[in-house]
Design a protein around this ligand. Structure first.
Ligand code: 9MR
Length: 384
């Protein structure tokens, strides 16, 4: 807020000292942002996306739809394109929710990112078993992978701009995760997934997606994998760093990782951005490993009735610092996608403990933009 002679006078008379000395964007109050649009503000720099759920894609969650329409140019299905949603049992394909998202995106001219073709989570057990309940053979699992990718990526080959082909295949130290994919198929399961995805959707961009890729050991392995694919003539276009952070995001490490991806001739996306304001029970194990599950304790849920001013300020600062970094590297970054629309519907409320009240997104529980969103918009205009 500008301090004019009149506002100073009103402040002194009515004693609204704190509201007069705080810039509006430092207040935890939502701002009236009917006149701003994230997608317009960032259009010169990169796409601004959001992950949406079933009720948003089918239009039932009308308050979220207003926000999505105005602020985001690219949509990812938060869950509706995962294996268990698309093919819950063998050859039983359920595309209803995914179709709704694709139709919504097409009718509003938004880009679509497919998420995800091969992942160790949310993939039903039958995929990895033969008819007798034993571990499937390499040939059987490869043929299931191919059938699934052809059915899903093939169905939307003219609609989906890019696919998260493989999700979370690496450990924090850069070794390959001991998933059933790796165990049954072997190291080449990643290249097979990219090969099939390209055959099924020749025009789609193909990405590898993971969390904590700001960690050098993990990112180095991912880049080595991508270079290996390219050397064999297999298409891979870019790398998605999910971006599930706390209020002190790893800016320096992230910057180095962006530089590495660019140097390898790949594009970088921030694919699942959110910033938790809550303490994490196991600081060494932060990321997005959804198998973590702690019992709810009050000490880890301090803002059940509202966020404190100091935490809010940390959240605002973290977002501003991150966007300054993204804008600095706007030549190398294709898209920044938020993992959810509002604080009402975020996985953070339930991970790694069920039933917490977190504040990780740009829109609050009343579907209002947080006050610092206007700072992000202003920041975008500082870059040419
Ligand atoms: O946000 C998603 C949540 O609703 C699901 O329960 C969960 C399991 O499918 O997946 C969440 O999304 C994850 C994404 O697909 C991959 N990276 C980590 C995300 C947060 O767990």
């Amino acid at each position: 807020m500008k301090l004019t002679i009149t506002t100073v006078f009103l402040c002194l008379v009515f004693g609204f000292v704190s509201s007069c000395t705080h810039n509006k964007s430092t207040s935890t109050q939502a701002s009236n942002t009917t006149d701003i649009s994230l997608q317009s503000a960032f259009a010169p720099h990169f796409n601004i996306g959001v992950a949406i759920n079933t009720q948003q894609a089918n239009g039932k969650d009308r308050q979220s739809v207003v926000i999505i329409n105005r602020h985001f140019d690219t949509l990812t299905a938060e869950n509706d394109m995962k294996w268990e949603s698309i093919q819950p049992s063998s050859n039983n394909f359920t595309f209803e929710a995914a179709d709704a998202l694709v139709n919504y995106a097409k009718s509003t001219n938004k880009n679509i990112i497919g998420h995800t073709l091969v992942w160790h989570q949310q993939t039903p057990d039958w995929v990895f078993e033969d008819a007798n309940g034993n571990l499937a053979s390499r040939e059987l699992l490869l043929s299931r992978m191919k059938t699934h990718i052809f059915a899903l990526a093939g169905r939307y080959k003219d609609d989906i701009k890019g696919w998260d082909v493989v999700n979370e295949a690496f450990n924090e130290d850069g070794t390959l995760r001991e998933s059933k994919w790796l165990q049954i198929i072997g190291d080449d399961f990643i290249e097979k997934a990219f090969e099939y995805a390209h055959q099924a959707a020749p025009n789609a961009k193909l990405y590898y997606n993971d969390y904590n890729l700001y960690k050098a050991a993990k990112m180095d392995s991912v880049i080595a994998m991508a270079k290996g694919l390219k050397a064999k003539g297999i298409r891979i276009d870019g790398i998605g760093e999910q971006g599930h952070y706390g209020v002190e995001p790893p800016l320096k490490q992230l910057e180095l990782s962006i530089q590495k991806v660019a140097a390898a001739g790949l594009t970088m996306m921030i694919t699942e951005l959110d910033i938790s304001v809550l303490k994490f029970p196991d600081e060494n194990n932060m990321g997005a490993d959804i198998s973590l599950n702690f019992v709810l304790q009050d000490e880890y849920n301090p803002y059940a009735n509202g966020i404190s001013q100091s935490s809010y300020l940390k959240l605002a600062k973290a977002y501003k610092d991150l966007f300054r970094l993204f804008l600095t590297y706007r030549q190398d970054i294709d898209r920044v996608t938020f993992w959810g629309v509002s604080d009402n519907d975020t996985w953070r409320n339930n991970w790694p403990m069920n039933g917490r009240t977190d504040y990780p997104l740009l829109f609050d529980r009343d579907y209002q933009a947080k006050a610092f969103v206007q700072d992000l918009v202003a920041l975008a205009s500082e870059y040419q």
